[in-house]
Design a protein around this ligand. Structure first.
Ligand SMILES: O=P(O)(O)OC[C@H]1O[C@H](O[C@H]2O[C@H](CO)[C@@H](O)[C@H](O)[C@H]2O)[C@H](O)[C@@H](O)[C@@H]1O
Ligand SMILES: O=c1ccn([C@@H]2O[C@H](COP(=O)(O)OP(=O)(O)O)[C@@H](O)[C@H]2O)c(=O)[nH]1
Length: 836
């Protein structure tokens, strides 16, 4: 049987792979299998961001799908590899083909006579913490308890893959008997332990992860208490971090099977992509960051900033919850590592690491179904009795420095102060799950929180009731669902939070009550649930207090409207969809990388270029600057990873030849750069050439002063409105600099020069040089025997006498390639020499 648009009989008998996430995992009882149907809701605009860069973050069109599928089939890469098979599966599903399911395979009707057998993708999920934490009950016996935290909750909701979870079981197991028996106990739950010794746990987890990285990425800065001690411990903690990452790598390598996708999670394991790729470059490695990625201004304070970024960039795909986090990551890479940020991710020496946005979700059915369980109903009855006559405000957080728990209590105190009528009619229930209890900051936080709770309860309590019901405990899943269901107002005041799944879980449990969510604007969830929640700045105690008052007396129709909005979001943007999108796009990334590496640019035919050059009497050489003429190694041959403008060293061999070429009356040379005028003046002031600064915004002829190329009547008012609105794309295709605006290069298209297009404005007239027009990208070189058409100054870029050339990267629209700036210099030398 033939499939529409897929090639005759191409799928017959093909296998795509299967079995379930946690299919053998005991803690999944009663949890729903994810719906395989595509989401019927329109995809909100914001969701399209990170998918594929600003332009391409939307899903590929069907015709692109078809060419991809065609490629996969023609190259027969899906017969034994699960990766393209995943892609095929999604394609098939999008076409709404019926399929039946047996234990390990999907059967797809209409694909060949037998149907296609589709095996589920095998995933190795690697996270610091296993979903089960172990407690030793005897020499070789263990009790396993579900770990707390959003990463675990979200991943437990993912059923579509054949997954193995690799991670730490939360304790030190020094003896062989213990290690063997725990490995066995965990194997039944498809978990594989990484055994970390006491010292490593202390320095890696408590130290480098939770004392250094965690506060830094949540904008709390590096620890400052004792500089000398900190420096010393910083180094040993960093060494332990690397050691622990290597231990994770060893376990992954041991369990890896060809075709697996290795999905690494979070800031604990930033070295893992590099370690895995060093060992096996064919391994497909994705890295997902669950926390905020801070602005590069914060991130660059980290002494080990470059190594960590470089290691992450070894991954094929890097994911974040929000566009802002992805943008911060990319700008940290471009500023600190001098690599190139593109709409698709980060490119270094021709290698692209795709960076994209995948907002996580929960498994909503797990919560919705739980509400029907008798145990949960019993809890609901109990809670209603206990809290009778009082409205319930709920906080559920790990007792973490980022969750803003003291701020929450102070705002509640303010609310009680300002609203005496509510004092005996409201209770704040705070579940504060103990976490990272060995870390001093967390110990201090516990004392502080207790102090504040005692103070407020002492101040506003009565003989029979207290306003804050605070628990330093985790509670079981059924009690949690019941609490969510009886709550009137959920209060999330994180001072920073990657996402915050508690807010999603609350919404999922509120179908009946339609309570109000007060949500910190600093939680990733504010970007998804912001429309239905009351957003607050947790530092503004008055604002939070007023929001509590407003939420408690909100009219029913407004509550309903807000709730429905968020409920729709939570039930359609699930953890299944999150994982499916990540894995599916991961597969695309791999296929696209394969296609890319096949399209290798030929080397510049130097002889031919020189021949054309010599024959011409009117020549134009357009040179990039940073990647083209700068030496990127220091005197010891080490790569320079510093901020650009501070470290610019014109290639030492360049001077003499550049001078000869510039002084040749038949030759015009232009250096086109993103750098500003002073940098170009410093480096090229002495040469007889043209300079174009800030991607052509400013121009300096061989003689004379700088002039701006910005059209006088260009309306730039929109820049301020963009800044004020904080639109997600404000830094994306258009960079806004203090003195000007500059369109960033997006596709290394050497035909583009400067093209500001504010919304609603026509594109300005292309800029022209008085004698010759234009153009180049900053890391390219173009040599042209100019074909000047009568009355115009347009180059014939299709002509055979035009030699566009990328430097050091193979992904380019240029015709040819030169491997490095050293090769550029040697080519210019040859040009200069042959003039004599
Ligand atoms: O493993 P722990 O040290 O006990 O910490 C628990 C987890 O905390 C962090 O969770 C984050 O992930 C959530 C899901 O993406 C997100 O909603 C939340 O905002 C984050 O804080 C941490 O990133 C995990 O690795 C920890 O396991
Ligand atoms: O006693 C509890 C209370 C909460 N949670 C779960 O902990 C997770 C917290 O995730 P969130 O994303 O809100 O923050 P994180 O703790 O990961 O920073 C949620 O799934 C909660 O259901 C838990 O395991 N035990």
């Amino acid at each position: 049987m033939e499939m529409d648009g897929v090639g005759a009989g191409s799928g017959v008998g093909r296998e795509v792979i299967s079995s379930g996430w946690g299919s053998g995992v005991g803690w999944g009882t009663g949890w729903a299998q994810g719906s395989a149907e595509p989401c019927a809701q329109p995809v909100p605009a914001w969701e399209n961001w990170g998918r594929r860069g600003a332009r391409a973050y939307t899903r590929p069109s069907l015709s692109q799908d078809e060419s991809l599928i065609q490629h996969v089939l023609e190259n027969n890469v899906n017969s034994d590899s699960a990766v393209p098979a995943m892609r095929l599966e999604r394609l098939l599903r999008e076409r709404e083909l019926k399929r039946s399911k047996d234990e390990d395979f999907y059967l797809i009707d209409g694909w060949g006579e037998q149907g296609a057998r589709v095996r589920k993708q095998r995933l190795l999920v690697v996270a610091n913490r296993l979903p089960l934490s172990a407690v030793r009950t005897g020499e070789d016996s263990w009790s396993l308890k579900i770990s707390a935290g959003g990463v675990v909750s979200a991943l437990l909701g993912v059923h579509e893959y054949e997954a193995r979870w690799i991670g730490w079981a939360g304790l030190n197991v020094p003896d062989e008997v213990g290690q063997r028996s725990l490995t066995q106990a965990l194997a039944e739950k498809k978990c594989i332990p990484v055994f970390l010794d006491e010292e490593t746990i202390h320095r890696y987890y408590n130290g480098y992860c939770n004392h250094i990285l965690w506060p830094l990425i949540h904008y709390l800065g590096l620890p400052q208490e004792d500089c000398l001690a900190t420096t010393h411990s910083f180094q040993s903690q960093f060494a332990a971090y690397k050691k622990a990452n290597q231990m994770f790598a060893d376990v992954v390598n041991k369990h890896y099977e060809e075709g697996d996708i290795v999905w690494v999670h979070d800031f604990h394991l930033m070295f893992l992509p590099k370690y895995l790729k060093d060992c096996n470059n064919n391994m497909k490695v994705g890295w997902f960051h669950h926390s905020p990625f801070p602005s590069s201004e914060i991130y660059r304070t980290l002494p080990t900033r470059s190594e960590l970024l470089r290691s992450v960039l070894a991954a094929d795909l890097v994911g974040f919850h929000t566009y802002d986090f992805a943008r911060h990551f990319v700008s940290s890479c471009t500023r600190i590592l001098e690599v190139e940020g593109t709409p698709d991710g980060v490119e270094d020496q021709g290698k692209l690491t795709r960076v994209a946005v995948y907002p996580i979700g929960i498994d909503p059915d797990r919560f919705i179904r739980a509400l029907e369980l008798p145990q949960v109903k019993d809890h609901i009855i109990d809670f209603k009795e206990i809290f009778a006559g009082r409205k319930v405000i709920l906080g559920v957080d790990r007792l973490d420095t980022i969750k803003g728990i003291p701020q929450k209590f102070l705002a509640f105190e303010k609310f009680l102060e300002e609203n005496p009528v509510w004092r005996d009619k409201v209770v704040l229930v705070q579940i504060a799950v103990p976490t990272r209890t060995e870390v001093p900051e967390y110990q201090k936080l516990t004392s502080k929180v207790h102090e504040i709770v005692g103070w407020i309860n002492g101040r506003f309590g009565t003989l029979t009731t207290v306003p804050i019901h605070h628990l330093d405990q985790s509670i079981d899943f059924h009690a949690l669902c019941a609490l969510y269901a009886v709550t009137d107002v959920a209060l999330v005041t994180s001072i920073r939070d990657g996402m915050n799944l508690v807010s999603y879980e609350f919404v999922a449990c509120q179908a009946l009550k339609k309570g109000v969510l007060i949500l910190s604007e600093f939680a990733g969830a504010a970007q998804s649930l912001g429309a239905g929640a009351i957003l607050v700045n947790p530092w503004n105690v008055t604002e939070v207090a007023e929001s509590i008052a407003y939420a408690l007396s909100m009219p029913a129709d407004e509550r309903e409207k807000r709730h429905c909005h968020n409920f729709k979001y939570v039930t359609t943007h699930t953890s299944q969809k999150w994982a499916e999108t990540f894995v599916s796009e991961f597969s695309d990334t791999i296929v696209e990388a394969q296609l890319r590496t096949r399209k290798i640019l030929p080397s510049l035919p130097k002889g031919k270029a020189i021949e054309h050059y010599l024959q011409s009497s009117n020549r134009l050489i357009i040179l990039g600057f940073h990647a083209t003429l700068i030496e990127h190694v220091d005197t010891q041959g080490r790569r320079i990873d510093q901020f650009r403008e501070m470290e610019l060293n014109l290639h030492p061999g360049l001077k003499e030849s550049l001078k000869i070429l510039c002084d040749d009356p038949k030759t015009t040379i232009i250096v086109l750069s993103g750098s500003d005028r002073t940098v170009l003046d410093e480096n090229f002031g002495e040469y007889n050439l043209w300079l174009a600064a800030e991607h052509g915004m400013f121009l300096r002829p061989t003689t004379g002063d700088w002039m701006t190329t910005m059209p006088e009547n260009l309306n730039v008012d929109w820049i301020d409105s963009v800044k004020q609105k904080g639109c997600y794309w404000k830094d994306m295709p258009v960079r806004i600099k203090p003195e000007t605006l500059v369109r960033s290069e997006q596709d290394e298209d050497i035909y583009k020069f400067f093209e500001p297009k504010p919304p609603g404005e026509p594109a300005p007239t292309p800029l022209t040089f008085p004698t010759h027009e234009k153009i180049a990208s900053t890391s390219s070189l173009g040599v042209n025997d100019m074909t000047l058409h009568e009355g115009s100054s347009i180059l014939d870029l299709k002509g055979q006498n035009y030699f566009s050339c990328a430097v050091g990267r193979s992904r380019s629209n240029a015709r040819y390639l030169l491997g490095s700036s050293a090769e550029v210099v040697s080519f210019l030398k040859e040009l200069a020499n042959c003039q004599h």
